[in-house]
Design a protein. Structure first.
Lengths: 225, 224
């Protein structure tokens, strides 16, 4: 059994875990902002009538959804230098997370916009609003509400996915656990500690999702993360 | 130069086939085990016992709240410390099965909860046993809700199986990683790796979409 479980070593390595946690948090925040940007552009392309924008957006979304993040990460990590972009691992990781999550965010936004009843659009048209006015004043404010809880669900997925960046040696939370495991041969101490930190982040985001649902007056939807 | 690389790539096709085989075997075994376990857990979760239900809920939260990579490390490195020797393949199967079971448990529980209570009461009044009620009344109706996300979950499972490459299993992703050390063309190598996953996953994604439409229509919901 784990009778040698050493809390002392965990305390000793706490600064390292702290740094890892902070790195995980801010790289997730940047990646999520990136994912929102990618998702907004993709969903705008996807909702066009003409095929010129719609088809590439759909192809991109399907390609991302049908392949594992790890393969996408390696694609960028081993592929970008070949195109002449030699970037730090951290940047490659943030790029991969943004591009990956962006595809899912695009689907969430699209579902949110499509969930607005047709009558709302028609009322906008009947009131003589332009396309932009309809989007800005009628559809987006309503769609925004519906998308918040699933977006927070996607944020949870993103934080967990960021653990994969440890495989291209980004010094985030999982990497800190690996270091303790390999330096001191203490995998239990290393991995149980980081699991606890990830759970902390998970419960924070989950609580936020539940709160946002209540603030926005939505039904307590069960997120499918 | 590109010609040389293509030749070199073509030479490593037995390795690629082995990797694809490993990915398929891993996914298939844990898919079957995870589905069985997930249905069992889902039925228990909605069964009347609060203690069991809470325990399952807590376990599902633990699994949903931690990265899959960390779960694999925990299983692969810590179970041996508890005296359970296991190789990478077994560790991968355990991790994937557990992950699938937890997600499927929640899907099944949601499906069962969606069946109106009147149905259960009617079954009770007809004198059906617990087992008959579940098998003949509740589950068939729950399946309409369960099926689309279940197929979606299988896609996630196949994709998550790539993470077991981190403990040294030679699955498709690991093969890509190995090949790229010899053929320095990451774009091409991982494009092909991605293509391998795409061929397996994309039909399933389409199936999930079709099911969602069909099940929605069968329910008499209006498609806007």
């Amino acid at each position: 059994m784990l009778e040698n479980f050493s809390f002392r070593t965990i305390v000793e390595y706490l600064p390292l875990f702290g740094q890892g946690l902070v790195t995980t948090v801010w790289l997730s925040l940047i990646s999520f902002a990136g994912a929102l940007a990618v998702g907004i552009v993709l969903s705008a392309m996807n909702l066009q009538r003409g095929w010129l924008f719609r088809v590439p957006a759909k192809a991109y979304i399907d390609a991302v959804r049908a392949t594992p993040l790890l393969a996408q990460l390696y694609f960028l990590y081993f592929g970008l230098p070949r195109l002449g972009f030699v970037l730090p691992e951290l940047v490659v990781g943030i790029l991969a997370l943004s591009l990956n999550s962006g595809a899912y965010v695009a689907e969430i936004i699209r579902a949110g916009i499509l969930s607005i009843p047709r009558g709302q659009v028609e009322a906008g048209v009947a009131s003589g609003m332009t396309y932009v006015q309809r989007m800005r004043l009628v559809i987006l404010p309503q769609a925004f509400k519906v998308t918040i809880p699933p977006l927070l669900g996607q944020a949870i997925v993103l934080v967990k996915d960021s653990a994969l960046l440890s495989l291209i040696s980004v010094a985030e939370l999982t990497r800190a656990g690996q270091l303790l495991a390999s330096d001191r041969f203490m995998p239990a101490e290393g991995f149980i500690t980081i699991a606890a930190f990830y759970l902390l982040l998970y419960y924070c985001l989950k609580g936020l999702a539940a709160l946002s649902g209540r603030w926005l007056g939505l039904q307590p939807a069960r997120s499918s993360t | 130069m590109i010609w040389q690389q293509l030749q070199s790539l073509a030479g490593s096709y037995p390795l690629a086939l082995r990797g694809l085989g490993m990915t398929v075997v891993l996914s298939l075994i844990s898919l079957v085990l995870g589905t069985l376990l997930g249905f069992g857990l889902g039925i228990l979760r909605t069964g009347g016992n609060r203690l069991i239900s809470a325990a399952i809920g807590a376990w599902v939260d633990l699994i949903r709240g931690t990265p899959f990579l960390v779960q694999i490390f925990l299983i692969f490195f810590i179970l041996p410390e508890l005296g359970i020797e296991l190789d990478a393949f077994t560790a991968g199967i355990i991790a994937l099965t557990n992950l699938a079971a937890c997600f499927i448990c929640e899907i099944v529980a949601a499906g069962i909860r969606s069946v109106p209570t009147g149905q259960v009461e009617a079954a009770l009044a007809s004198g059906l046993s617990r087992w008959q009620r579940m098998r003949q009344v509740v589950l068939p109706q729950a399946m309409r809700i369960v099926l689309p996300p279940l197929v979606g979950q299988y896609v996630l499972l196949i994709k998550d199986s790539s993470v077991v490459s981190a403990i040294g299993l030679t699955d498709l992703t690991r093969v890509g990683w190995l090949v790229v050390q010899r053929v320095p063309n990451g774009l091409l190598v991982f494009f092909l790796v991605g293509l391998g996953y795409f061929i397996v996953c994309y039909p399933l994604i389409m199936l999930a979409r079709r099911l969602e439409q069909r099940m929605g229509a069968a329910h008499g919901e209006v498609q806007l």
